[in-house]
Design a protein around this ligand. Structure first.
Ligand code: PRX
Length: 631
């Protein structure tokens, strides 16, 4: 285990030491893992290019640390509990030994299909154990996993497959979500019709067991492909800086980019942050409700917990199926000790009534966590009161796909608590606030753009296939700093509160969406000349999507048009990107240089029409009147 912080005083000391000598601090943490060969140098720090390397020359395999090293000491203890969508079906458990064997078997299956170190394997699957097993099987043989959230459309899936030139897709037949069975293999088939020439094999896991068409010489069932494969598989030796996975995320411009994380630093940081943020103790049962299609699932369902020898719960279903008590039922059933979810889920459950959690025994809970978006005070209080019985700590964990692990957060019950504040940085993390000119804003009680001014082990290394994009997006805004895209406030005591994105990224139910991406999808409709998409406050989702659309021809049936726009966005990206509000307009407010003035559109979308600010610099100020009239 890595260093375990004991109390707040201890945190302060560890933090100060970690900042004074980061290399010493991280080397000490890294030494608690199994390395095939030790590193020669802890850090190569080129934050500008960027070309950051951690544990240079070190050799390891992350799965030996997730699985093999626990076999002797806790081989028969539970590694994974899988809770199916349908509560009347039995849950499934894997001990560390069973998980090890399943991963080895799957790794041999991948090898038998020609997958080698460095090949990319795409996963498009619901939350089933085979997803965790498959991901670890890739890591075992050095293949790079690229998990795509199974709610994305065929087009979005095809884009990701092509960008990473994946050799294989692993999918399920169907996704059982609530009362619905959603086709999965069908989406893969559609995606593969879109020139995904690199794909050689599709492995289909039977989830619901309903029949799906199988293409000869390409598609094979998981259970068939795994038949007869050995349950042991020597792990491939990886360099600390070899890529472990690619995960696509949205930004303010262009198509989603593949964030690349590497083996050594990611391993050290996810384990360290998991153990400290959740104050994990041996024997604890930990449940993160995220989907493995997002970074939270990678770092804190799979890697962080398994590296720590924890029992990690994975659930297939949705929070409201069969009823709004499902989360709390699962907590009671598996005696969950640490529970980690998103503010959007808390708000949705809060709206359904206080009585739901009151029916269940939540006495095993020790730490409650939230992630993905700012948590509003009402939801924080409800979580604290109704789930935490006013005694449990809430860790509001701020981080990003690019940071790989939790950056700013309370540590269990050790840290001071303040509603809506993420709190203090983890050891080794050096956040700062800067103004628009990139000058650091020192001192407390200040607000600014959130940057990180020193490398940390699990930071993004590159964007797949396009390193310059990585530099431009994250490392060029301010000199020698990583720019997060978020605004933040530091209170008088130095605690951070995340205000939200300051770029053209919106956060819908904790899902990151680029406005440009949604606009491109909207513009695919034949009757759209131009569109502008902005976020607006939404009671449950945090932010909703508001689309202003200029049609080509007059829209005679507005309801039908709105339906078509939603359908086109669902087709291009997926249902999560569907606009909540659509307004047909004749023009968009533009500056003289032709840029859309989004500030005005955001204000109108949020109903804040009194204070639109200076509109005199607009090329077409009359359009503002039209937009206001429509409200
Ligand atoms: O705006 C921040 C918000 O989510 C963004 C990162 O999104 P993604 O890469 O999808 O990762 C989400 C899960 C780690 C951030 O730039 N965000 C994340 N956590 C918080 C948050 N905003 C406020 N408070 C948080 N705890």
């Amino acid at each position: 285990m890595t260093l375990k912080i004991k109390d707040f005083k201890h945190y302060k000391k560890v933090y100060a030491d970690s900042v004074k000598n980061p290399e010493k601090f991280w080397a000490k943490q890294a030494k608690t893992f199994n390395w095939r060969k030790p590193w020669k140098k802890v850090l190569e720090n080129d934050f500008r290019t960027p070309a950051v390397k951690w544990f240079v020359g070190g050799k390891l395999n992350i799965t030996e640390n997730c699985l093999d090293r626990h076999l002797k000491t806790q081989g028969d203890e539970t590694a994974l509990i899988w809770e199916p969508n349908d509560p009347s079906r039995p849950f499934v458990t894997y001990t560390y030994k069973e998980l090890y064997q399943a991963v080895c078997q799957a790794a041999n299956m991948l090898k038998s299909k020609g997958i080698k170190k460095g090949d990319r394997v795409c996963f498009y699957m619901p939350m089933v154990p085979e997803l965790t097993i498959g991901v670890l099987a890739c890591a075992r043989i050095g293949a790079i996993h690229s998990v795509v959230f199974a709610g994305f459309s065929a087009s979005a899936l095809a884009d990701r497959i092509k960008d990473a030139t994946c050799k294989m897709v692993i999918c399920s037949d169907f996704n059982a979500r609530g009362s619905k069975n959603i086709p999965v293999k069908k989406v893969v088939d559609e995606a593969l019709k879109k020139k995904c020439d690199s794909i050689e094999t599709v492995i289909v896991h039977q989830n619901t067991g309903e029949k799906v068409p199988m293409k000869k010489n390409r598609d094979v069932y998981w259970h068939k492909a795994i038949e007869g494969q050995s349950k042991s598989c020597r792990a491939t030796q990886m360099d600390a800086e070899d890529p472990l996975f690619v995960l696509y995320t949205s930004g303010s411009t262009g198509k989603p980019k593949g964030v690349v994380h590497t083996c050594g630093g990611y391993m050290v940081y996810t384990a360290f942050s998991f153990q400290n943020v959740f104050q994990y103790e041996k024997g604890d049962v930990y449940w993160c409700t995220a989907d493995i299609g997002w970074i939270t699932g990678h770092s804190y369902i799979i890697y962080g917990p398994l590296l720590s020898g924890a029992t990690t719960v994975m659930s297939e279903g949705v929070p409201t199926y069969p009823d709004a008590g499902r989360f709390w039922h699962i907590c009671e059933k598996h005696k969950v000790n640490q529970f980690y979810t998103a503010p959007t889920a808390i708000r949705a459950l809060m709206a359904l009534g206080d009585h739901w959690p009151s029916h269940y025994d939540l006495s095993h809970l020790k730490v409650l966590g939230t992630v993905g978006e700012p948590i509003n005070e009402e939801a924080w209080n409800w979580y604290k009161d109704k789930i935490g019985k006013n005694t449990l700590p809430i860790v509001d964990t701020w981080w990003q796909t690019e940071t790989g692990g939790i950056m700013i957060s309370g540590l269990g019950d050790l840290s001071p608590q303040k509603a809506t504040f993420a709190g203090y940085p983890l050891p080794g993390i050096q956040p700062c606030l800067v103004n628009a000119q990139g000058k650091e804003i020192k001192g407390n009680g200040k607000e600014g753009l959130l940057c990180i001014k020193f490398p940390w082990p699990s930071m993004i290394r590159t964007t797949y296939g396009d390193h310059e994009r990585c530099r431009q997006v994250y490392f060029s805004a301010f000199d020698n700093m990583y720019f997060t895209g978020d605004g933040a406030r530091r209170d008088k005591k130095g605690m951070y509160r995340i205000i939200g994105r300051v770029d053209d990224v919106i956060n819908v139910s904790g899902h990151r969406m680029g406005t440009a991406e949604v606009e491109n999808a909207v513009n695919e409709h034949d009757n759209v000349v131009e569109s502008a998409v902005v976020g607006y406050p939404h009671d449950i989702k945090g932010q909703g999507i508001f689309a202003y659309i200029i049609p080509n021809k007059k829209v005679t049936n507005e309801a039908a048009f709105v339906k078509e726009i939603r359908a086109v966005v669902t087709k291009e990206i997926g249902p999560i990107a569907k606009p909540d509000q659509i307004r047909i307009v004749s023009a968009l407010p533009k500056t003289r240089s032709g840029k859309i003035m989004r500030r005005i559109l955001r204000k109108i979308a949020s109903g804040d029409t009194k204070n639109l600010g200076d509109t005199s610099t607009l090329l077409n100020p009359e359009v503002v009147k039209e937009l206001l009239k429509k409200k």
